[in-house]
Write a protein that binds this ligand. Structure first.
Ligand code: 5RP
Length: 212
């Protein structure tokens, strides 16, 4: 199945978790764009959305979905987002679209995290996709050196500034057999804002857009 069709099917399947009156947490990316299209069809039935990026905010508002601040909603019942890789334990690499920090915040603030991916994102061991790490700009070199000590090869995503005004390092050559441990370890490096490993708070449900 073409990746795009897999993304569309996974996004449509996530609609079964959307209930009337909900404020839905919405991730970022091309798979989520399909979900926003589907959500627009029920825009009158849902309360609002909490958005994880300026990009998704624009898409939501263009489709007539009200976007509200997470500080005004309390805990969310549902968060729907894509991923760059997903292992069999539902641990994820995210941040290919540089929205990892806000995505992680909404995931943490949601009771259910439904991850929508096309089948190509499934892996046995995370790490083939370079692991994004959002850093405070002045700490870029310091964090990069610490990541080398952990066995990775960090590459600065030159020219990319996150919605939070920070920079991204993409860490190559990692074979992540202990996602929870590595997430905690990278979180400890001073200057790291967010690591794109979603393991401590992983997906609750993964929809891959294949079969039923
Ligand atoms: C953005 C993300 C996305 O969920 C991830 O990059 C997948 O994107 P796509 O659905 O376009 O393949 O983490 O920060």
């Amino acid at each position: 199945m073409a990746n795009e069709e897999g993304k569309r099917r996974a996004a449509r399947a996530a609609m079964r978790f959307v209930e009337p009156g909900m404020t839905v947490g919405v991730g970022t990316g091309s798979t989520v764009a399909h979900f926003i299209d589907a959500l627009a069809e029920v825009s009158n039935d849902i309360e609002a959305a909490v958005s994880s990026s300026e990009q998704s905010t624009r898409l939501l508002q263009e489709r007539g979905i009200r976007v509200v601040d997470l500080n005004s909603t309390g805990e969310l019942a549902l968060y729907v987002d894509g991923a760059d890789e997903c292992d069999p334990q539902r641990c994820l690499i995210k941040g290919g679209g540089a929205a990892l920090t806000r995505e992680k915040i909404i995931a943490a603030a949601s009771r259910q995290f439904v991850c929508i991916i096309d089948p190509s994102k499934r892996v046995e061991v995370l790490g083939k996709f370079p692991l994004p790490v959002e850093v405070i700009p002045m700490a870029r070199s310091h964090v990069a050196r610490a990541l080398v000590l952990l066995g990775g090869q960090p590459v600065w995503r030159d020219g990319v500034v996150t919605d939070n005004g920070n920079w991204i390092l993409d860490v190559h050559n990692l074979r992540i057999t202990d996602p929870v441990g590595l997430e905690a370890e990278i979180n400890q490096i001073v200057g790291v804002v967010t690591v794109g490993l979603f393991a401590a708070r992983r997906a609750d449900v993964v929809l891959t857009g294949e079969g039923d």
